[in-house]
Design a binder for this molecule. Sequence first.
Ligand SMILES: [Zn+2]
Ligand SMILES: [Zn+2]
Length: 277
Amino acid sequence: MDGISVPAEQIVAMDDIAADVLGLRIVFVNVFAITHADGSWTLVDAGLPFTASHIRNWAERYFVRKPNGIVLTHGHFDHVSAAEELAIHWGVPIYAHPKEFPYLTGEKEYPAPNVGAGGMMSLLSPLYPKGPVNIAEHLRAIPADSDQLDVMRGWTVIHTPGHTPGHVSFFRESDGILIVGDAFCTTKPESFFEAALAQQPELHGPPAYFTSDWEAACASVQRLAQLSVRTVVPGHGKPISGFHVQEELKALASRFVDLAVPENRKDQMHHAAKNAI
Ligand SMILES: [Zn+2]
Ligand SMILES: [Zn+2]
């Protein structure tokens, strides 16, 4: 599938997204450390299995104190797997949207992946958790009815369901930084490894293999495209920044059905095409 092309000069380095936003890429997925005005900091997402010590070493190079919490954009294995070990090590809670709780408390597993969407995620299946993830002991709810989270002051929590039911994004209005998790990617999500080598970023929809509700996913991207976005900080792909980022995001939103929805899921899109902006 094609994406919205993004000029290479819009790429920003992971350690230079903003003075207070640092990123670390591990294989093909990103985690972020957000510093706050009072010197506290938050870890956003927690990577692949067996990466806890890597994340910890990275974080401890930059920060003397432990984080105030670990915040999850969603509970997929490539965003949650080091969370429990890190939460225990630092003695901090893990925050997620309540709609993500069933998948994080051992109650439910995510719907079976769409193998018809193609791609390399199936190659990673030996890494997938066996049985439902249960980090209930450490879990705290991102308030469903509020757009603020006390550990992430200055950032608006935006519920962006579709990729998963409780997926959230974070937006800082003061400088237009948008942390998107897997609501969409800045690389071709079905070929993370090859795309990681290519210089040229592209806007793509969420990773198709694991996206369960395409109509909601489309509405979420359309909602994000309404914001004054200056910098996109994705779960997969490189961060991008510049005056044109917002236009590129609007282009992704308006061509979402075409560009992002797999052929075998286009039948889910009864209303989205009509609602395209
Ligand atoms: Zn995901
Ligand atoms: Zn992901």
